[in-house]
Design a protein around this ligand. Structure first.
Ligand SMILES: *Cc1c(COP(=O)(O)O)cnc(C)c1O
Length: 410
């Protein structure tokens, strides 16, 4: 078929060809190619931000139907593909994608909380989340009680009539503490309090918090889901439609929507998530075990280690692996930590995690620099703590790099 022939009528293109022949007009209206007889194997990228309708009624209906595509801040087919893919991976009924992990977290918190409400949250939260809760407390009168994340009785004692959320992280940063999601969620459920779990560090390949009593899962898709250090993204997955609707309305107003190309890159990353996660977990566990016996290393934290304080919870919650993040305390303290992150040659000195490349950072001088020694200790971070996000390189090359850096830092 040539483009001169009229397009066959189909529900997607019932309009006749445009009534124009002048190049100025044709340039603005490229032909529409229908695919028949085959289908794209990759996910099509619908980069357009706006969609055209054939009837005024259809557009009017689009305003009330959450499934219609009319304007990409409200919904986009490529973004919807990502939302449906992650909803399925997490075992949820619906998902909403965002421009970043913080976009997702903000939409969930602001979508579900009002002034005077009370939140129970785990200490050792991701810094950005802690900052939002602190801001909500100072400016909007949302009260926050912090709990360890491992003791259900602490949650029970913190409950108030106005408690609206329990907020947890599957694996905390950078301590790798593992929240007892099933036990804590059970206490929240008795009180009718929804549970939000940031599952960024575990990914749905290691843990599906909705299976363990959570109501909403949030992700920084920037990290393991996308995995290649080339895109920012966030996603929230919902167990039931009611919470989803509340957050969706608010999200559309907030406007932290996902650019379709970002969704497309994230979807491409997700296709290899299981292979990356398998390698990253295995390498992280192997490196953690070797680091535990190294004289320059005082302590190692990784959920797969027998010495991990939450080993019993991790065995139940993360049976497939403890994730790719390992944190180590260097015997030489702050100076050794700083020297180590500068001495690595294969790993990169970088914030973020979950990338195919191995990344190292020193929390005391970067992500947690506002904390004094007492606050650092309370957060489980030492002056000589270094966080490793183990990538997919060969584990022996990684060990060689860590060993030479430990020698220089020691
Ligand atoms: C990075 C991160 C976030 C924030 O995500 P962005 O994509 O950077 O906005 C939230 N939670 C955790 C656990 C993270 O690691």
């Amino acid at each position: 078929m040539t483009h001169a022939e009229p397009a066959p009528s189909s529900p997607a293109s019932p309009r006749p060809e445009i009534l124009a022949v002048r190049p100025e007009t044709l340039a603005v209206h490229p032909p529409h190619v229908e695919i028949t007889g085959s289908r794209p194997l990759g996910v099509p990228l619908h980069q357009g931000h706006v969609f055209a309708f054939d009837s005024a009624d259809a557009l009017a209906e689009g305003f009330t139907s959450p499934d219609a595509f009319l304007y990409s801040r409200l919904g986009n087919p490529t973004v919807r593909t990502l939302e449906d893919a992650v909803a399925r991976l997490e075992g949820g009924t619906a998902a909403r994608s965002f421009a970043s992990g913080m976009g997702a977290i903000n939409a969930v918190l602001l979508g579900l909380l009002s002034s005077g409400d009370h939140v129970i949250a785990q200490t050792c939260l991701y810094g950005g989340t802690y900052a939002v809760l602190t801001d909500l407390a100072a400016r909007w009168g949302v009260h926050v009680t912090y709990v360890s994340g491992t003791d259900p009785e602490e949650v029970r004692a913190a409950l108030r009539p106005e408690t609206r959320l329990l907020y947890l992280e599957t694996i905390a940063n950078p301590t790798t503490r593992v929240a007892d999601v099933p036990a804590l969620a059970a206490v929240a459920a008795e009180a009718g309090v929804p549970v939000v779990v940031d599952n960024t560090f575990a990914s749905p390949l290691l843990c599906r918090p909705l299976d363990h009593g959570a109501d909403i899962v949030v992700h920084s898709a920037t990290k393991y889901l996308a995995g290649h250090a080339d895109v920012l993204g966030g996603i929230a997955v919902f167990k039931d439609a009611e919470l989803y609707d509340g957050v969706r309305h608010h999200a559309v107003e907030q406007g932290a929507s996902t650019d379709p190309f970002a969704a497309w890159l994230t979807l491409r990353g997700i296709q290899t998530l299981s292979l990356r996660m398998e390698r990253q977990c295995a390498s992280a566990a192997e490196l953690a075990a070797r680091l535990e016996t190294h004289p320059a290393v005082e302590a190692v934290r990784h959920p797969a280690l027998a010495s991990h304080p939450d080993r019993a919870i991790a065995a139940r919650l993360l049976p497939a692996g403890g994730g790719g993040v390992v944190s180590i305390d260097l015997a030489g303290g702050r100076e050794a930590g700083r020297a180590f992150v500068e001495a690595v040659r294969l790993a990169s000195l970088s914030v973020s995690l979950g990338d195919v490349k191995t990344l190292v950072m020193h929390p005391a001088s970067t992500s947690h620099h506002q904390l004094d020694a007492a606050a650092l200790a309370a957060a489980g971070i030492g002056a000589g703590t270094v966080r490793l996000s183990v990538g997919i390189e060969h584990v022996e090359d990684l060990w060689a790099d860590l060993e030479q850096a430990l020698t220089k830092a020691g």
